[in-house]
Design a binder for this molecule. Structure first.
Ligand SMILES: Nc1ncnc2c1ncn2[C@@H]1O[C@H](COP(=O)(O)OP(=O)(O)O)[C@@H](O)[C@H]1O
Ligand SMILES: [Mg+2]
Length: 606
């Protein structure tokens, strides 16, 4: 076997055992199912390797017309068969428990991790990618584990016991059959490697296909409006074509592999049959029953080799999936409370003080200062350069300026969705990384540029951050932003389902609900990023007074699309290229006749 070991190493060597050990940890809660599967595998192999022997004995007894023996052997054979059935039933249940339990735990752990990860992670990972980590990868990895455990124990035991049985029946014939094993291993490895490669290609194209489908569906409106249907169909066809090619390749390889393995196994059987037959013909050697028993062993002998190779290549095939899941689970969120802050949170929780934030610090946000803040999404492209901004208590700041100027970035930094690359943001003079992240974010009322609603009713969306809110409070918040009337016109009023992502509402309606959602939480600080950009001018005009009332007395950072909504801000900053190019009140800025004046003219020119 020495000349084959490099190949065996090739298969075994690329199985990352450390990785699989880490994956196996997710199954530790289901250890007893795993253990029972392994024991089950061993028992099944023992029973299975006894069955041919029993049938051989039965045949010999029949030839001898020995009724007592026939009866006994039949009973034992029947008991073994029933035992076999029960074992199979048990381990299918255990395998199911192990696989579903593990998949559930892994999905849960990944979901928890996703909730903790910083915004930047989601910039880099497309949603579809994450969704398939949570669904197909978890399922694939988890469903593999029980079968791997089972086949490993079963295969090894079966090989051992059937070898013993064959050698015991006739050691010369037994060696003939076993001589084929090395050849079998080589052929199997040869084909498994090719099969693995083609099935990898198949899966890769499959995910490309899914992506094309996805974009085709989600972007269907844009496609139609830009009449790009033909190009999309061409793109789809080329991906679909390669999918078909790889699938064909895989099917052809399988169709060659299975018969070859079977016929290699057949060589051993053939040798044994002719030698054994000759012996019987010449009147010595095996009985007919034992020859038949032997034949069965010889035929079955190839099976565990094939199964083991298949499981190993499954493992290799799922390795990428396992790596992706572990990569996600082991990824530490980049934005999180420091060791020191976590310690203070624990102390504060134990102290049970009232009137303090969860980290034991000042619960009020009085001032916010950006000091010398530089920030970039990609190192080579700074978005903010030494940015300074001081916000005084109760001040409403409006950010205006051209698209891409950095307004959203400033808001995201304030919300600590991202952290400054250089410099710092200070709350009441304390750098915000020294405060609790949860305290900060729960003190902010954030309305994002593209508000997201969750599947559920209008009311549950408004009460998203305060699920205990009464119907009156929900309606009050909706009235403040003039959303009450349109909500009442919906089919089920506040009980109307908004659909996935709020898809059944217009963008403007979603924005109003998102505003109500921020207001109901009564946050200390408001951050609004073009919160009313898709609301019609008239409605916006109406809600203006309500919003102003909400914003007075608190700090607010409002990014506005329409200049008419920023007039009442205490201070207007014109942001261009990541810098404040001008600031002051509406009146002062108009008088200054600079960048703001130009924007204002443009805006009202139409
Ligand atoms: N997630 C992101 N990853 C990389 N670059 C980004 C990201 N978000 C914004 N940018 C870039 O940062 C700059 C400022 O964007 P943004 O703050 O959204 O501007 P505004 O809100 O004023 O339109 C733009 O050049 C934009 O391309
Ligand atoms: Mg923006």
């Amino acid at each position: 076997m020495t000349q084959m070991s490099p190949h065996v190493e090739d298969v075994l060597g690329t199985v990352d055992r450390g990785l699989w050990r880490r994956v196996a940890r997710h199954g530790s809660r289901y250890r007893k199912f795993g253990l029972s599967m392994m024991i089950g595998g061993i028992l099944i192999a023992i029973v299975e390797s006894l069955l041919p022997l029993m049938s051989g004995l039965l045949i010999d007894a029949a030839i001898d017309k020995n009724v007592v023996q026939i009866t006994w052997y039949s009973v034992v054979y029947a008991v073994l068969s029933i035992g076999f059935c029960i074992l199979v039933w048990c381990f299918i249940i255990a395998a199911g428990r192990l696989a579903t339990g593990m998949a559930h735990d892994m999905r849960r752990a990944s979901f928890v991790r996703l909730q903790e990860l910083e915004f930047a992670y989601f910039d880099k990972q497309p949603a579809g990618w994450i969704v398939s980590r949570l669904t197909s990868d978890c399922r694939k990895v988890a469903s593999l584990m029980p079968w791997f455990l089972l086949d490993l124990c079963w295969g090894a035991t079966f090989l051992l016991f059937s070898s013993i049985a064959m050698l015991a029946i006739d050691w010369v014939l037994g060696l003939c059959v076993m001589a084929v094993v090395p050849l079998l291993v080589v052929v199997t490895i040869f084909f498994e490697r090719r099969l693995l490669k083609s099935s990898r290609l198949m899966r890769k194209t499959n995910s490309e296909l899914t992506a094309v489908y996805n974009e085709g569906i989600t972007g269907v409106r844009t496609t139609k409006s830009l009449t790009r249907e033909c190009e999309n169909i061409e793109e789809f066809e080329s991906v679909s074509q390669s999918m078909r090619d790889y699938s064909m390749l895989n099917a052809v390889q399988t169709s060659i592999f299975v018969p070859i393995v079977t016929s290699v196994g057949g060589i051993g059987v053939g040798i044994a049959l002719s030698v054994g037959g000759l012996q019987i013909e010449e009147g010595y050697g095996l009985t007919i029953g034992m020859l038949i028993a032997f034949m069965q062993y010889a035929v079955l002998f190839a099976m565990p080799v094939r199964e083991l190779a298949a499981r190993l290549s499954d493992l290799k095939g799922a390795q990428a999936a396992a790596e992706r899941i572990e990569g996600l689970l082991e990824r530490e969120p980049e934005i999180h409370d420091s060791e020191e802050v976590r310690h203070r949170i624990e102390v504060a929780a134990a102290g049970n003080q009232s009137g303090v934030a969860d980290d034991g610090g000042d619960p009020r946000i009085k001032t916010i200062d950006f000091k010398d803040v530089s920030f970039w999404y990609k190192p080579a492209e700074p978005v903010l350069n030494h940015f300074d901004l001081s916000i005084t208590p109760g001040e409403t700041i409006a950010l205006v300026g051209p698209t891409g100027g950095g307004k959203t970035t400033i808001a995201s930094l304030l919300c600590r969705f991202y952290e400054p690359c250089e410099g710092g943001i200070y709350l009441n003079g304390v750098e915000y990384r020294k405060r609790s992240l949860h305290w900060l974010q729960s003190s902010l009322g954030i309305v994002l540029q593209e508000p997201h609603l969750f599947s559920g009713t209008v009311a549950s969306n408004i009460a998203y951050s305060s699920p205990a809110a009464s119907q009156e409070k929900i309606e009050e918040a909706a009235r403040t932003v003039e959303a009450h009337d349109f909500i009442m016109q919906l089919k089920d009023g506040y009980g109307t389902e908004v659909g996935e992502g709020g898809g059944r509402l217009s963008v403007g309606q979603r924005q109003l609900i998102a505003l109500a959602r921020a207001i109901i939480a009564d946050p200390q600080v408001f951050v609004m990023d073009e919160a009313t950009s898709s609301v019609d001018t008239e409605t916006e005009h109406h809600i203006q007074r309500g919003i102003e009332a909400v914003l007075s007395q608190r700090i607010a950072v409002v990014i506005a699309h329409r200049l008419s909504t920023v007039r009442s801000a205490d201070r207007i900053l014109v942001i261009e290229g990541g810098r404040i190019v001008e600031q002051g009140s509406h009146k002062a800025l108009l008088e200054a006749g600079g960048a703001y004046m130009a924007l204002y003219r443009q805006h009202f020119a139409g």
